[in-house]
Structures are given as C-alpha cells and as structure tokens.
Design a protein around this ligand. Structure first.
Ligand SMILES: [Zn+2]
Length: 268
C-alpha cells in the first residue's frame, strides 16, 4: 500500500501514474492531451460567500456548489474526485488532442488556463500540467482514499475551444452567469446595498443604486477568502501554507485573450 500514498496521475502523454516529481513535465513535453483538472479547495474560499460556498466535507462541498457546477458548460460534465480536503474536477476529452507544435502546446496551455479561471480554483495551481490523484490512492494529509463521487462524461475538445472563445468575447457575462445563475441579481452581490441591482454585461457588471462598475476580479474577490493584510510572512513560523491571493486570480485574465482561436502576435 505504501507506494500508493500521494501518487499522482497525469492527464497527458501516456497518462503516467507516480510521484509528482517523476511524472510532471513542462508543457513543452506534452504531446498528447487527454484532459485537464481544476483543483477546488474549500479552504481558499470565503466561508460567508453565497456564490460558491465552502463546506466541511468534500461531499457537502460538492453538494453546496452543485448548482453552480450544473450551469458550467464544461465542468458540469467533469468527473469529480475527492482529493482529500477538496475536489478535483477532471474534464476528460472525448478524443485526445495531439500537440504537434510549440504553437499547439501554447494554445492549449492558454485554453486550459482560461477554462480553469472560470471557477474559483487555487490561483497558484499549475494549468495544463496539473496532476490529479489516482482513484484509490491515499492522501497522506488526512489518510483519505481518493474516490470518484460523480463519473461525468467526456467532452469533445471543440466544446472546450468554443467555450473559451465565448469567454474571451464576454468574460464577465460568461463567468457571472455561471456563478450567479442569472444576468440580473438583486441586491448587488458586491455591495449588498438595499434596493441595488447588478446587471451582467459582457465585460463587467453594472450595479444600479450602489457600487456602479463591478469587475470580474471583484466578483472573484467576493468568493475567495480575504488575504490577511500587511502581515509579512515570517520565515519558518509554522505557517502551513500561504493563502491564495485573490489578486492572483487577475493573472488568470490574460490567457482569456491569448486563447482566441487564431494565434496572434503579442507585443512584448
Ligand atoms: Zn453594488
């Protein structure tokens, strides 16, 4: 059993299983893509956020966010694995994508990153190179066995690309309608002011009677656990792990543009 502790499973190349340090490769060495994973960790989420509420157990967490996931054009079909404390949503591609050139690799890196950025995943997690945990293996953090709680079904790669293209054209609308379940929300979830109303537009939201413009970053800020302010991390103070910075979620934005179907020259 010992060898099954903290094993990882890759969703690329020959889908190797083994220690992360052995099986993880940079994007330049990914030639076949079978799927990708989003790592949802309730610890990173604000306990009071109503949009994507965390819960104490992975199953309760899954139930709490079930309505949001059901609205997601891609992740509603993901296989859901209990990874330990959180959930891995694994999108299995119906046919593997061959990444024959560096451009293919960079394009799918951007596509996967953009898709991942539509859920409040760990902003520090790797993108297309992210690993999942094999079913039945043991997570040493809590001794729990990795299990599947929803089988999902494979997704055609063209659906992933279409979703990301729609996302690039209307990032706020795409994400907000998934999280909020509507294109109009009362009261505005950002300021929660009495009598306010948030209208969902393509690029941002507009709060009538309250806080005016609501960006995608602000929407995610409502979901992520706030980062402690102005406290410098003390070296070796036993801090278990740095919290995800909501600001880092902003870094998920540029790929939305980069993921447009045609590769374009980017000014550097
Ligand atoms: Zn508002």
């Amino acid at each position: 059993m010992r060898q099954e502790v903290d094993q990882r499973e890759a969703l690329y190349n020959d889908r190797p299983v083994g220690p992360a340090g052995v099986i993880q490769v940079p994007v330049e060495r990914i030639t076949t893509l079978h799927g990708f994973v989003v790592d949802l960790d309730p610890v990173k989420l604000d306990p009071d956020n109503p949009l994507f509420p965390p819960a104490d157990s992975p199953r309760a967490f899954h139930q709490a966010i079930g309505r949001v996931l059901a609205r997601h054009p891609l992740f509603r079909d993901a296989e859901v694995r209990v990874s330990g404390t959180g959930l891995h949503l694994v999108v299995h591609l119906a046919s593997a994508v061959e990444l024959k050139t560096a451009a293919d690799q960079q394009r799918w890196k951007a596509v996967v990153r953009a898709a991942q950025s539509t859920l409040p995943a760990d902003p520090d997690a790797p993108g297309v190179t992210a690993l999942t945990r094999p079913v039945g293996s043991i997570n040493s953090k809590n001794g729990a066995a990795v299990e599947v709680i929803a089988p999902g079904e494979p997704v055609d790669p063209s659906r992933v690309v279409e979703f990301v293209e729609g996302l690039a054209a209307a990032p706020f609308r795409t994400v907000a309608t998934i999280l909020l379940g509507a294109d109009r929300f009362q009261p505005c979830p950002a300021c929660r002011g009495e009598g306010t109303r948030l209208d969902v537009l393509d690029q941002f939201g507009w709060c009538y009677g309250g806080c005016s413009k609501v960006s995608l970053e602000r929407l995610f800020d409502l979901v992520y656990r706030p980062e402690p302010r102005s406290e410098k991390p003390r070296a070796g103070a036993g801090e278990p792990r740095r919290r995800a910075s909501p600001r880092r979620a902003i870094a998920a934005k540029p790929p939305l543009r980069a993921a447009r179907s045609k590769p374009r020259k980017k000014p550097r």
